[in-house]
Design a binder for this molecule. Structure first.
Ligand code: F6R
Length: 247
């Protein structure tokens, strides 16, 4: 059982530490399966990985990636799709073989089919070696919002009014914001061999404390990670500011 929290000085330090852990995984097992996340927190880590790749220190040619989630109804070339994000931040900037990068198929109309096929992909890969996660303000991981059953695999979620409003700034109008998304479930996430969580900023301090030092409850989806055997949290001082005396 291993649960570590690394304290980073600031966002740059956090990004370097997280990138170090991801690159160690790629170096130790060049044909590994990386579980990836979008959102603002991992951007610095992706930038660092690209820098090391450009220096010749990293090779992604045998790596396979599976992402946590994708909006339902957005094509890959839509700037707000998670595929577009991954392509911009990592895929197009390294030698990752794009035929081995997987996200749920946002354009699959039939949610059951989309989710079943994504589960099959993950199972056929033999599981995820290292899953990267960000932490939502309400403790969500992927699009698994509070109240979600811990035993779910990939499923279709209705976005909450709050999430739709929060995402509105990226779209022309509220009606353009997708209402649903496909996401790996908690069970899928928990079956990864190793998990790396990145958390930055003072606004995440209360939820970081609740998720990792509070009780394990579906009301805080990330709290289930306390029961995983191999979790590393990399957080900056601001995000750890409510954990004085605990780390
Ligand atoms: C991203 C994802 C989300 C984010 C979370 C934190 O693929 O599934 O759960 O990780 O919302 O987002 P940021 O990093 O923007 O604070």
């Amino acid at each position: 059982m291993s649960f570590r929290i690394y304290k980073a000085k600031d966002y740059n330090d956090l990004s370097r530490k997280a990138a170090n852990i991801i690159s160690a995984q790629v170096i130790m097992k060049p044909n590994c399966v990386l579980g990836l996340a979008t959102g603002s927190t991992p951007i610095g880590a992706y930038r660092q990985l690209v820098e090391w790749y450009n220096k010749g220190d990293l090779d992604f040619s045998e790596v396979t990636t599976v992402n946590l989630d994708e909006y339902r109804g957005l094509p890959r070339d839509n700037e707000q799709s998670y595929y577009y994000f991954m392509n911009e931040n990592l895929f197009s900037k390294t030698n990752i073989d794009k035929s081995r990068t997987f996200l749920p198929d946002g354009m699959e109309e039939d949610p059951d089919k989309a989710c079943r096929e994504y589960n099959q992909i993950i199972h056929s890969l033999g599981g995820v070696d290292l899953q990267l996660l960000g932490l939502g303000h309400n403790g969500h991981i992927g699009f698994n919002e509070p109240g979600i059953a811990f035993e779910t695999e990939t499923h279709c979620v209705n976005l909450t009014e709050r999430t739709i409003k929060a995402n509105m700034r990226f779209f022309l109008s509220e009606k353009d914001v997708p209402r649903q998304a496909y996401t790996m479930g908690i069970k899928t996430i928990m079956s990864a061999h190793k998990i790396l969580v990145v958390v930055s900023g003072e606004d995440k301090a209360p939820i970081l404390r609740e998720a990792f030092f509070g009780s394990v409850t579906p009301a805080v989806p990330a709290s289930i990670l306390q029961l995983h055997g191999d979790v590393t949290v990399v957080a900056d001082e601001a995000a750890l500011s409510a954990c004085e005396g605990l780390v």
